[in-house]
Design a protein around this ligand. Structure first.
Ligand SMILES: *Cc1c(COP(=O)(O)O)cnc(C)c1O
Length: 379
């Protein structure tokens, strides 16, 4: 008989909503007063599950959301919410009419988009709210900053477009402070005087560590940080904002067996047991979002001890060495990302081992992984 109370799933992610709320409030307290917190909840709230995350954010004082596309905005509207929602990516022309259905704010980067939306809005005798994005050095979305002033003037003349915001996006907010300041300056240089009632935003999670208390900015777009992950790649520039991890990732032991020394493990026989060993086969693989590159590199926590991943990660299974555990049992939980009493495996360290970034690791946790929500608020 197993003494521990067992989880119900083969593989699951735990989302601590109380930790999310503490992070949101901590970031809010850090933002200069009057600066709107635009919570970025694209990609299913960075893999955490959009509805639960959005609901708790609104309960924590968030009033403005941003998503990647109009379909994500529709998901929020279908929850019955009517806060402002900014769409961060360009719309495809056939998506334009959905702006009316879901009352979302479009981001535009070009005269072509402005004309397209103006024509559609005119046909429907309705107006469309837009933010103009300016490319100040990211080289992706936005009108190139030198070409922005005439476009701003034109958009202001379009009767059906309501220009309510101007923004830019940083390329190197986590690594290059000087270039980030140059990007800020390029946007500031475009601002007309007197300044219209625009939402002016530039900062992402990395930006707010260096945000200027006296600049014209009155909003910041916060993504990763609210999930308790420090976006800074180097530990020494951690922001002075207390945050804690919201997400942890778990699987279980599906099989335990003893194998003799010199046995090769998993596809490609890339690992060979050095001695007689006990191995455990976990109930999750790369189809659940365990990065393939963790094969022979990563670790998991079982029974409060670190266990190395041996051999290649496979689609549905991951093999770990549990020779040093006193009494591993089938069904025991294994922590892939998270902490126990004495051990911690952070999302950041896993991402580094997998040669990727925390954003991608989170977005790669698949649908097969049940999201289990902790500390939901009683309503
Ligand atoms: C995703 C995104 C953000 C949030 O970035 P984080 O680094 O996760 O805070 C902000 N702005 C834009 C335009 C984005 O696409």
């Amino acid at each position: 008989m197993h003494s521990k109370s067992l989880p119900q799933h083969r593989c699951w992610a735990e989302i601590d909503l109380a930790a999310l709320e503490r992070n949101v409030r901590s970031i809010q307290a850090h933002l200069p007063s009057g600066m709107e917190y635009i919570a970025v909840v694209k990609a299913d709230a960075y893999g955490h599950g959009m509805p639960q995350i959005v609901r708790r954010m609104l309960q924590s004082g968030i009033q403005y959301l941003a998503v990647a596309n109009v379909h994500e905005a529709a998901d929020i509207r279908h929850m019955g919410l009517n806060c402002p929602i900014l769409i961060l990516s360009p719309l495809l022309p056939e998506e334009d009419p959905l702006l009316f259905d879901y009352q979302a704010i479009a981001t535009i980067s070009s005269r072509q988009e402005a004309n397209r939306l103006q024509a559609l809005a005119d046909k429907r005798q309705q107006s469309i709210e837009v933010h103009l994005k300016v490319d100040t050095g990211m080289g992706r979305l936005g009108v190139w900053h030198e070409e922005a002033p005439p476009l701003i003037a034109e958009i202001k003349q379009m009767p059906r477009l309501r220009l309510s915001g101007l923004y830019t996006h940083f390329a190197c907010a986590d690594t290059d402070l000087a270039f980030t300041q140059r990007q800020r300056q390029r946007l500031q240089n475009l601002l007309p005087s007197p300044l219209p009632q625009w939402t002016l935003h530039a900062d992402n999670s990395s930006g707010i560590a260096s945000t200027d208390q006296v600049g014209p900015w009155n909003a910041a777009r916060i993504g990763l940080l609210q999930f308790g992950i420090n976006p800074q790649s180097s530990q020494d520039r951690s922001p002075a904002i207390p945050i804690e991890a919201v997400f942890s990732f778990h699987a279980r032991i599906g099989l335990i067996k003893k194998l003799p020394a010199n046995t090769a493990i998993s596809y490609g026989s890339t690992y060979t047991l050095k001695k007689n060993s006990t191995i455990a086969v976990l109930t999750a693989g790369y189809a659940d979002g365990i990065p393939y590159l963790l094969g022979n590199h990563g670790h998991v926590i079982i029974a409060n001890q670190i266990c190395p991943i041996i051999g290649r990660i496979t689609m549905d299974q991951t093999i770990v060495d549990v020779s040093h555990l006193p009494q591993p049992e089938v069904g025991d939980p294994a922590i892939l990302i998270g902490n126990s009493y004495d051990c911690e495996i952070t999302l950041t360290s896993v991402s580094q081992q997998a040669n990727t970034i925390p954003w991608e690791t989170l977005c790669s946790i698949t649908k097969r992984v049940t999201r289990v929500y902790r500390n939901a608020r009683e309503l």
